[in-house]
Design a protein around this ligand. Structure first.
Ligand code: ZN
Ligand code: ZN
Length: 129
C-alpha cells in the first residue's frame, strides 16, 4: 500500500498523510515538521522566560546595597561582645592568687600560662596545681 503524501497547509512541505497531526495551536492537521517547529519555538520561549526570571532574581539580590550595609553592621555587633569579653577574662585570671610554698608570699598568677614561673619574692620555682 503506497504511502499517501500530502502537502501541509501550514508550511507547504510534503509529508506522509499518516504522520499528520491535529494540532490544538494551529487548529488543523499539520505535518510533523510543523509540530517540531512549534515545540522548538516554545522551548526557546521557555528558555528565554527562565533566563529573564533568573536575571531579575539576581538583580533583586544585588540591588539593595543597604542590606549589605546592614549585614556589615550586624557583623560588627556580633564581634563587639567578644572584644568586651576578653579583658574581663584577663581580669578573672589576674584575680587568681597563689601562695608561694616556700615563703608564703601571695602573688597574682595566670593559670592559663602558668606565670610567673618563679616566686617574685624568693625566686622559688613554683609548681602550680
Ligand atoms: Zn507543516
Ligand atoms: Zn616565695
Amino acid at each position: 500500500m503506497p504511502t499517501l503524501v500530502v502537502k501541509c497547509r501550514q508550511c507547504g512541505r510534503s509529508a506522509p498523510a499518516n504522520e499528520f497531526i491535529l494540532d490544538h495551536i494551529y487548529r488543523k492537521m499539520v505535518c510533523p515538521m510543523c509540530i517540531k517547529d512549534r515545540h522548538e519555538k516554545e522551548k526557546v520561549h521557555e528558555e528565554f522566560r527562565l533566563e529573564r526570571e533568573t536575571k531579575s532574581q539576581k538583580s533583586e539580590l544585588l540591588k539593595p546595597e543597604s542590606q549589605a550595609i546592614n549585614l556589615k553592621k550586624d557583623f560588627k555587633l556580633m564581634q563587639r561582645p567578644l572584644q568586651q569579653e576578653k579583658p574581663i577574662e584577663d581580669k578573672q585570671n589576674q584575680k587568681r592568687r597563689f601562695k608561694c610554698t616556700k615563703c608564703t608570699f601571695e602573688f597574682p598568677y595566670n593559670p592559663a600560662t602558668k606565670t610567673p614561673l618563679r616566686c617574685p619574692y624568693c625566686n622559688y620555682t613554683i609548681t602550680y596545681p
